[in-house]
Write a protein that binds this ligand. Structure first.
Ligand SMILES: [Zn+2]
Length: 150
């Protein structure tokens, strides 16, 4: 148990806590805080209570406003979507300019991506090759139907 000292003495000594040895209004025998004269146990209880009520308050507020919150987040997504559509050309242009301004950096990034995603890269290459192959095949077919002999 700490030394018994009253609040006045604690203030005079510049202490933050004091101990009377007497139970508080809730029956705790504990050190008290000079500034509030709460005992430490009461203070702890108050704080816990406050935390719970704060959380409860937030929960109720959220439930009461769930619709509004949902609406707001939907409209934000919708807003972003519209903004993107309205600015698609500008965005494309910008990213292209950025690419042209620093092709080395982008080439480096692409190279690193290929290194980190060899499987994806292989699939992409296969797709590109197939596309090229089909293009050539279609071109040959067109020439054939046109009666052009190679
Ligand atoms: Zn108390």
């Amino acid at each position: 148990m700490p030394e018994i000292i009253d609040r006045k003495m604690a203030i005079a000594l510049g202490m933050k806590r004091y101990f009377t040895g007497k139970p508080c209004c809730r029956g705790h025998v504990a050190e008290r805080i000079v500034s509030s004269s709460f005992c430490l146990d009461c203070d702890r209880e108050n704080r816990a209570l406050h935390r719970v009520s704060q959380r409860e308050y937030q929960r109720r507020w959220y439930l009461a406003n769930a619709e509004k919150i949902k609406e707001r987040s939907v409209s934000r997504i919708e807003y972003q979507r519209r903004w993107y559509l309205a600015n698609a050309e500008k965005i494309k242009e910008l990213s292209h300019t950025r690419y042209l301004n620093n092709p080395q950096k982008h080439a480096e990034r692409d190279r690193r991506w290929r290194q980190n995603n060899p499987e994806k890269n292989k699939a992409l290459r296969r797709k590109a090759n197939l596309k090229r192959y089909l293009k050539v095949k279609i071109a040959l077919k067109t020439l054939e139907t046109l009666g052009v002999k190679l």
